[in-house]
Design a protein around this ligand. Structure first.
Ligand code: ADP
Ligand code: MG
Length: 439
């Protein structure tokens, strides 16, 4: 039994609100065939949608089997729509690319039963509406009356307590309309059928109750009901506990797959577009990695042609230059004589390396450093004295070159530079040969 208490519905569209239902109160029996009549725009569809949970009411309450729907959460409404009400529309609302068997079955996919059971139930429902011969046809291969019967089978399959029909015969000729009305009348023997219609004669002939609506208000009710429940009805209420909506994971998966397959072209397009994106990113990544590797190898090759030189005496040129700069930057009183120890600070940046121990270390750990160096060369301060006859037939010293020392004088820093300018140096070791020999 369903009690509608002071339901109002206001539609708000930009700066304008429309009262589609105005304080409507009415009770429906557990089993009856109620027809709703009224002019277009009087709120019939709104009324039906609110009973079916397709639309929210603005105020009031709907009480279904003594349970108020005010506190309903989304989940409760889902369950209500799936198990307690079945919808029949004027436009049938069938899925055109699926067979009518699949169309009816689809209404069961949310109830969590097996595929086989679903099929059996769908076949039985279609038989009930007289379509057992057409189960493999598609909706566009059927007549209007047949399509509406498919819709009725679909509405019945979950065995709901309430059937809501919005102008089910609106698009049908009078003969077919009669058949549909007969069917609905049969259904109303053990269900509550609420039907919106434009046809007062059919309503008069088939339904057990006629409610007239005008401007969102009930203006007449041919067979009102006070809502007192008799014991028989109470028992039915107790039997109708809330069933929960559920869909098995596999069903969900196969439904999604079927949906994808029905839109093959779109699926393929989306996959291709997705792949292009992924391939593009992969390409960019690989090109950038390859280029980075190339830069690395060039860098390595270039740097290896500049050997790392470790000398017995080394000067920190940077700090020497910095000490020079800081000296010149100092501003002082013109009366003061300032001492700048430029040379001292420059020379203090010269340090000595213990090359002897370093050489020992290198020779001892030859295996460890083998992979990090391509060659090690030692040069000693002893350099051969080489003379030649120059163009003027005089004896000239070639090595060690005395060019630097003759210009700059003799000190340790200049000596180290002159050793670098030596024309003669040790030949580069062939490392590969050496490795072969060692093996
Ligand atoms: P009926 O089915 O009796 O022809 P409806 O219930 O469809 O009438 O509509 C009742 C009134 O509510 C109409 O004036 C209609 O314009 C308005 N209405 C219906 N649905 C909406 C909506 N979604 N948004 C705004 N107004 C609506
Ligand atoms: Mg309508």
């Amino acid at each position: 039994m369903i009690e509608i208490k002071k339901i109002s519905k206001v539609y708000k569209t930009e700066g304008f609100s429309q009262k589609a239902l105005d304080n409507v109160s009415v009770n429906f029996r557990q089993h009856e065939f109620a027809s709703i009549l009224g002019p277009s725009g009087s709120g019939k569809t709104t009324f039906l949608n609110i009973i079916g949970g397709l639309d929210e009411y603005t105020s009031g309450d709907i009480i279904v089997n003594e349970v108020s729907t005010k506190q309903f959460k989304d989940r409760d409404w889902d369950s209500y729509r799936n198990h307690r009400v079945g919808f029949i529309f004027q436009s049938y609302n069938l899925i055109s690319h699926q067979t009518i068997l699949k169309n009816v079955e689809l209404a069961l996919t949310l109830s969590g039963i097996s595929k086989k059971e679903r099929k059996g139930k769908a076949k039985r429902a279609l038989k009930e509406v007289g379509l057992e011969k057409h189960i493999n046809k598609r909706p566009n291969q059927l007549s209007g009356g047949q399509m509406q019967r498919v819709a009725i089978a679909r509405a019945l399959i979950n065995d709901p307590e309430i059937i809501l029909a919005d102008e089910p015969t609106g698009a049908l000729d009078s003969d077919t309309s009669v058949q549909i009305m007969e069917l609905l009348k049969k259904i109303s023997k053990n269900k509550l059928v609420i039907m919106v219609t434009h046809n007062p004669e059919l309503a008069e002939k088939y339904s057990s109750r006629i409610i007239n609506i005008k401007d969102g208000k009930i203006v007449s009710d041919s067979n009102p009901y006070d809502g007192k429940i008799n014991t028989k009805e109470q028992k039915i209420i107790a039997d109708n506990k809330f069933k929960k909506t559920k869909m098995s994971f596999l069903t969900a998966l196969s439904l999604s797959f079927n949906n994808l397959m029905t839109k093959k072209a779109r699926t393929i397009l989306v996959s291709v577009a997705g792949s292009i994106g992924i391939i593009g990113i992969a390409l960019i990544l690989s090109v950038s990695t390859g280029f980075q590797n190339y830069v690395d190898s060039i860098q390595e090759d270039t740097l290896t042609s500049y050997p790392l030189t470790i000398q017995q005496e080394s000067a920190d040129i940077t700090s020497a230059l910095l000490s020079l700069r800081s000296g010149s930057n100092e501003k002082g009183d013109s009366n003061e004589v300032k001492e700048q120890q430029t040379i001292t600070s420059m020379l203090s940046s010269v340090s000595t390396n213990d090359l002897k121990s370093f050489k020992q270390y290198l020779e001892k750990n030859n295996n460890k450093i083998e992979n990090d160096v391509s060659n090690i060369q030692y040069s000693y301060s002893v350099s051969p004295n080489i003379y030649t006859i120059d163009a003027t037939n005089k004896l000239a010293k070639l090595n060690p070159s005395n060019l630097f020392s003759s210009i700059m004088g003799n000190n340790s820093i200049m000596n180290s530079y002159s050793s670098m300018t030596s024309i003669y140096s040790q030949m580069v070791d062939n490392r590969d040969e050496r490795l072969k020999k060692n093996n």
